[in-house]
Design a protein around this ligand. Structure first.
Ligand code: AMP
Ligand code: GLY
Length: 421
């Protein structure tokens, strides 16, 4: 079987490595992939947003199954276009990907169908938003409506900060058209949990839970990033909470999307907050999380391709998706300066003995050398019987890898370990 995976990050590398475990897979193309993915797939320089280019390539190379991993092509209708061209593929169509593509859509969906989430107001008029903030409870949360590279959320601790955020989104348009509508919502507290799920539009099967570490520096200091590390499972996510989420969030979301004529097939990501008033949805993503995927897929016992195809065919059953016991941890090695300015082009020394445990996010191959080429460079993982073992393994692997200007958090999993005790 010939497969195609759209995307170029650590998440895509993890998906590709898992897909390769299926003995029927003879070839995987990554569009565009990266210098590290090149060890596991044939990288082709077609961008993830070049929908026409992706479809032409898939047809020309008689691709048997495609996986569209990033949010942009999903929202742009890549799955629709591939399906129309006769290529079966994993991921939601554009009319369902809107659950991530528009925060206003997802908030209105939750309100309409009684799915627990933060209270909110939507504004298209900046003056009205500023007026509302005069008396709104502080802290408050300001969100740009559309995709904003994961940066469209501001937690405002003061009224002035809130107003500044509204002005920069609605007046200065720092996120372009994404900011022409904003959601202002209630500030929630509690541990956060990421739950990725497989769904064929009828059945929803949650994967093992995970915990992201979004801030750049130890002790959750510094700027928000795309994610500096993850652990799975998330110790806050007990069986009891999982059952509650299935009844109050997961199933109702799948049903709501069907009722709206927007059947969701693929991976639906639930970003949850376990508040004192119960689990609530912070955000939906229409795709696998990054770097959640890097800790979830290594624990997947089932064949990934079989499960993915079942989401496309509408034949998914809960017993198809099995996870092994134990834990997995991922430490992101980044370029110093990330998520702001950073330098690239440094050679990465990565011993073969750990390559198996490393998912490459931002690197390129030049004259046979692997060079840094992004903010987040590597996702270095470890697995074990429990979280401590997994963390020890991950950090041991980190210690064997060097590149100039490397930086990483030393406290990935520390909070999770504390919760276990
Ligand atoms: P997002 O970019 O949507 O993943 O949001 C980034 C982070 O902002 C989330 O992981 C939460 O930590 C935080 N966040 C988003 N919405 C809220 C909220 N209503 N209350 C508190 N924190 C929030
Ligand atoms: N790690 C969060 C995300 O993928 O959006």
């Amino acid at each position: 079987m010939k497969l195609l995976v759209v995307g170029s990050g650590g998440r895509e590398h993890a998906i590709i490595k898992k897909l390769r475990e299926n003995p029927d897979v003879t070839e995987i193309y990554a569009l565009p992939g990266n210098g590290g993915i090149a060890a596991d797939a044939t990288c082709v320089a077609i961008g993830a947003k070049d929908i026409d280019g992706i479809v032409s390539f898939a047809v020309e190379h008689k691709i048997d199954y495609a996986v569209v991993a990033p949010d942009d092509p999903l929202v742009l209708g890549c799955v629709d276009a591939l399906t129309q061209a006769g290529i079966p593929c994993f991921g939601p169509k554009a009319n369902a990907a809107i659950i991530e593509g528009s925060k206003v859509f997802s908030k209105d969906l939750m309100k309409k169908y009684g799915i627990p989430t933060a209270e909110y107001e939507v504004f298209t008029d900046m003056e009205k938003a500023l007026q509302y903030l005069q008396a709104a409870p502080i802290p408050t949360v300001i969100k740009a409506d559309g995709l904003a590279l994961g940066k469209g959320v501001v937690i405002a601790m003061t009224r002035e900060e809130a107003k500044d955020a509204v002005r920069s989104m609605m007046e200065d348009k720092i996120f372009g058209e994404s900011g022409s509508r904003v959601v202002i919502e209630e500030f929630l507290t509690g541990p956060e949990v990421s739950v990725l799920s497989f769904t064929d539009g009828k059945t929803v099967v949650p994967m093992v839970s995970s915990m992201d570490h979004k801030r750049a520096l130890d002790n959750d200091q510094g700027l928000n990033t795309g994610g500096m590390g993850t652990v799975a499972p998330n110790p806050y996510y007990t069986d009891e909470i999982a059952d509650l989420c299935m009844e109050t969030i997961f199933k109702p979301t799948i049903d709501a999307m069907n009722a709206e004529g927007r059947t969701f097939q693929g991976c639906l990501y639930f970003g949850l907050m376990l508040t004192p008033k119960g689990p609530k949805v912070i955000e939906y993503n229409c795709r696998f999380g990054d770097p959640e995927t890097q800790v979830v897929l290594p624990l997947l016992e089932s064949d990934l391709l079989t499960v993915m195809k079942a989401t496309t065919d509408g034949t998914l059953t809960p017993d198809m998706v099995r996870f092994r016991d134990g834990a997995c941890a991922c430490v992101v090695m980044a370029s110093a300066g990330y998520p702001q300015k950073y330098e690239t082009g440094y050679e990465i020394s990565l011993p073969l003995s750990v390559a198996d445990r490393v998912y490459v996010a931002g690197a390129k191959l030049t004259d046979g050398k692997l060079l840094t080429a992004g903010g987040r460079v590597l996702g270095v993982t470890g697995t074990g019987d429990d979280l401590q073992q997994a963390l020890d393994a991950a950090y041991q692997n980190v210690n064997q890898i060097t590149f100039e200007n490397a930086f990483y958090r030393r406290d990935i999993g520390a909070r999770a370990l504390k919760a276990l005790k």
